[in-house]
Write a protein that binds this ligand. Structure first.
Ligand code: SF4
Length: 707
């Protein structure tokens, strides 16, 4: 009933980095509705299932009062009491252990301004290398892959490419369920323009079923498949020799590295037919405009950074980059994950600067007005931070807007480490899984209750306005960070009047960087429906595509073609040990489902979504199910060398024989409830890509037992 709404407030969806624009409907100071923004160039009024119901996450029971642990129980206290304890503990750790005794783990769900503030406090003022974010789990391999191939991070193309590509290679992604509003554009391109879609995925996902062709690749064979395509392109001379000569380096080495990767060899390694492989290569070469879309099937696989390099190679040797409709496009998971990359909230130094560049370090120190020596020399990943907890080096862990007690791998080990540290948990909801490890809990405002900017997967920065006050005593993450910084004695650097002042400061750090946002301000972002960086001045309209001039930001100005050696498909431990292969004969793949988001802190509180999926499950093929006498709905145990879970079986033809799929969203808040031990990350291990340090969630070995 739109006539019953007092006010519609323009915002950006708080879930994924498609970055759909929407209005929040307010009546009597309460949120009662959302509707898509028809003027948005991103979603043109459409919202997916999660987007449509997310306003309800603002109406359910929330954490409203700070709490501290006393005699094992969490008790409610005032903000002053809670912050006094936080500051006392931080001072003690800094005094006894130095900056390395303290770690901060934040989130790609926060707006740019809050992530910038966290980075400034951690790196510039506390001086700790122990800052990471949950973006490490979803896209750090794309970051390292783009830096290695192009010389810098940043998506080269834009969403318009999805509308006009003639051939779309969907590699290890399922946008029909995970990024539905982009899928709408892809599918419309197929239906209206006749674009050809090939999905490469071990599972027959909705995306795969609606594509022109589904290549059901064997798990762990991404490198073999991409090297096979490269072999064919070079052998058949389906390459752009002019582009290679002018804009790339490393071609001879690349050609040599794929000499043996014939269609026959590739077929053996990937389980695909030579006809499928040849057809894919031919379409890639002979279509005028080609976009490769990828997500966690690439980023969370083995050799994930190198897989990104191989995708970039395909576009570079065919000259299909920096042109309309032609780009590699990584689909990002969280609304603020791209912002995290920009402000250095995770692994990078602020503004895509490099840790090892003395000039970059000097610039940052000057702009922050701190001695350059205070900046750490490097940044640690969450795995390294947890290893340092195990070694007793990290004593205090400040967890902001993320839920590692569900989302990190190898939960048995991870949870043990959380038990060892003084744990500050800052979140929107309580109880939540990581909250059970809290010594201090700080209640935070969430999406809709604060103003800030988010960058989506096509580099478009948009503004999300506050529509409501946070409930009770909950405060914005920015307020909490500022308050802690000031109480630590860092008043000068954190005296912002609000998020807009933070954005203005960040703009000064972005000037001259690849992520230049100097020409943006809140007014422009709102009136122009977001702007794509780089945008160097107020009259600049923003940039749709990078590398249109064929110049890449490496010393030579050329992109680097990477020659990749293929590693074993299996983890070496498993290969070495034949007994282990007998014990764990199935390949386990973990992933996402349409109705849930991450560890469900938000979506499990929304009845409409939970009606559709409220429990974990394990997909098993029909043949395997017959062998094990398992029927859909039976309880089964999935067991790996790391742990076990108990879920219901879902017998399906969507999965290959010998494979198991388990969604990762489901935590097990109450460990006493046996049937709730469903967190898929009890099964996974902390095996990471050695370049990006991103965990390999997509390949584990398991066995299945009927319970
Ligand atoms: Fe929100 Fe992503 Fe759905 Fe758009 S596609 S409405 S950004 S969850």
């Amino acid at each position: 009933f739109p006539e019953q709404i007092d006010q519609w407030i323009l915002s950006t969806c708080g879930y994924c980095a498609v970055g759909c624009r929407l209005y929040l409907g307010i009546r009597n100071s309460q949120i009662v509705s959302v509707r898509g923004d028809k003027n948005s160039p991103v979603n043109k009024g459409r919202l997916c299932l999660k987007g449509r119901y997310q306003w309800k996450a603002l109406t359910v029971e929330r954490a409203t009062v700070p709490m501290v642990r006393r005699n094992g129980e969490m008790v409610k206290v005032s903000w002053d009491e809670a912050l006094d304890i936080v500051i006392e503990k931080m001072r003690e750790v800094l005094l006894n252990e130095g900056p390395e005794g303290l770690a901060i783990y934040s989130s790609g769900l926060l707006p740019l301004e809050e992530q910038y503030a966290i980075g400034k406090l951690a790196r510039g003022y506390i001086g700790t290398p122990n800052l990471d974010a949950n973006t490490r789990l979803c896209m750090s391999s794309t970051v390292s892959g783009f830096i290695r191939s192009f010389g810098q991070d940043g998506p080269p193309g834009c969403y318009e490419d999805l509308d006009i590509a003639d051939f779309l290679l969907l590699f290890g992604c399922n946008p029909a369920e995970m990024h539905p509003n982009l899928w709408f554009r892809i599918f419309r391109n197929k239906e209206r323009r006749g674009a050809y879609l090939i999905t490469v995925d071990p599972r027959a996902t909705v995306t795969a079923r609606q594509s022109n062709a589904h290549l059901a690749i064997l798990p762990g064979s991404n490198v073999a498949f991409l090297k096979g395509l490269t072999h064919i392109l070079i052998r058949e001379k389906w390459i752009d020799e002019g582009f290679i000569a002018e804009h790339t380096e490393g071609f001879d080495k690349l050609a040599e590295s794929v000499q043996e990767c014939t269609p026959e060899v590739t077929s053996q390694k990937t389980g695909l037919s030579t006809i499928e492989i040849m057809d894919c290569a031919k379409r890639f070469a002979q279509s005028a405009a080609v976009t490769t879309i990828f997500a966690q099937g690439v980023n969370q696989s083995n050799q994930s950074t190198e897989v990104v390099n191989l995708i970039c190679n395909l576009h570079l040797i065919t000259g299909k980059i920096g042109k309309t409709g032609s780009t590699p496009l990584s689909l990002t998971g969280q609304v603020g994950a791209m912002s995290n990359r920009e402000v250095g909230g995770g692994g990078s130094l602020v503004g895509y600067r490099r840790w090892d560049n003395p000039e970059h370090r000097k610039e940052v120190a000057q702009l922050w007005n701190i001695p350059v020596e205070r900046l750490p020399q490097f940044s640690k990943s969450i795995l390294q931070i947890f290893k340092d907890i195990e070694l007793g080096k990290v004593k205090l862990f400040w967890n902001i807007a993320t839920n590692p007690a569900v989302s990190l791998p190898h939960q048995e080990w991870t949870r043990k480490q959380l038990d060892k540290v003084f744990c500050i948990v800052q979140d929107v909801y309580y109880p939540m899984e990581t909250g059970t490890y809290a010594d201090v809990f700080l209640p935070a405002a969430q999406w809709g209750e604060k103003t800030g900017t988010f960058t989506n997967s096509e580099r478009r920065v948009s503004l999300a306005r506050k529509a409501l006050d946070p409930p009770g005593d909950a405060k914005t993450d920015l307020w909490i960070i500022q308050e802690i910084a000031k109480r630590l004695g860092f008043d000068d650097g954190f005296n912002w009047s609000g998020p807009e002042a933070v954005f203005e400061e960040w703009k000064r750090l972005s000037r001259g960087c690849p992520v230049n946002m100097s020409g943006m301000n809140y007014q422009r972002l709102e009136s122009e429906q977001g702007i794509q960086w780089p945008c160097p001045d107020l009259s600049h309209p923003g940039t749709s595509r990078l590398y249109e001039d064929g110049v890449f930001p490496r010393k030579s100005g050329r992109a680097l073609l990477w020659a990749i050696e293929e590693e074993s498909l299996d983890c070496p431990e498993h290969l070495r040990n034949p007994e282990s292969r007998v014990k764990y004969p199935f390949i386990l793949n973990t992933g996402r489902i349409r109705e849930q988001f991450h560890s469900r802190t938000k979506t499990k509180r929304i009845a409409e979504l939970n009606l559709l999926s409220s429990e974990g499950f394990a997909e098993i093929s029909e043949r395997d199910a017959i062998k094990l006498e398992i029927r859909s709905g039976d309880w089964v145990r999935i067991i790996t060398e790391n742990g076990w879970i108990r879920v219901r079986a879902k017998v399906t033809s969507d999965i290959a024989q010998g494979s198991i799929f388990v969604p990762f969203h489901f935590g097990d808040l109450d460990p006493k409830e046996r049937h709730l031990k469903q967190a898929a990350n009890h099964l996974t291990s902390f095996r990471v890509d050695p370049i990006s340090m991103q965990p390999r969630y997509k390949l584990e070995y398991c066995r299945v037992e009927k319970d």
